[in-house]
Design a protein around this ligand. Sequence first.
Ligand SMILES: [Zn+2]
Length: 261
Amino acid sequence: MTCQTSRECIPQLLQGILPPALVAELGSHLAGCEACQMELAEEQALSRRLREVARYRSSAALRAQIERQLEGKASIRIPSWVRWRWVAAAAVLLLAVAASMMVLTRRDPLRTSIREATQKHREMVLKQELSAFHDVGAGGSGELPRQVSEQLGLPVTSLFLGDSELALMNARPVVAGDRKGVALLYTDRHGSASSLQCVSAPEIKVPKKNGLQVESFHPYHTQIDSLQVLVWKQEGMACFLVADAGDQELADLFLKVRKAM
Ligand SMILES: [Zn+2]
């Protein structure tokens, strides 16, 4: 099993819909692959959080919607014996994962922050589906860069506030450890969401390799599951553009966001 396949299988495993034959294959891949172990631990944390969000929603209709999203895809159930065997294996695995994550967090702030950015993106997308949109449009949005700069102390003078194709749906402060930042969520008319997150992170270095050339810019490019991520540094801030988009859409989006700053 390749890492690519393994990553596609992990969400299905956590939903209990991965066919038994693949459970075994995934298990043996995970045993030897630190990167995919991390992926599993992060997916577990995410689905736990999604479930928690679901639990605390007051509206039954919304709760039903989340339940459907989390579990509705289930068609093939793993026989219980497979699951139990898996739980035992996973317990051993998690100890290794916890240890390797601590090492990795210290070793690779870029990778850790990319993970955080994609999780934040997913949380924002989820909340957007569940609640009325925060109106930062029209009168409010022009003030946004000034608020970000004054309230969060970020070196921001202007931000992409949406255009005829993309609407700015949500803007919120991000606090991750002692880092401060801002996260902006955009949506197109098909409901595709993308987010820009800028955090004060002078320690994060963005490598030159894996750069995506977009006009004169070379942001670092990576992919986490189906999400495309571009990362660049700007005045002591690390900026993350996360989008569920094709290559061309991603480049177009990047130019809008990057040139506005
Ligand atoms: Zn792997």
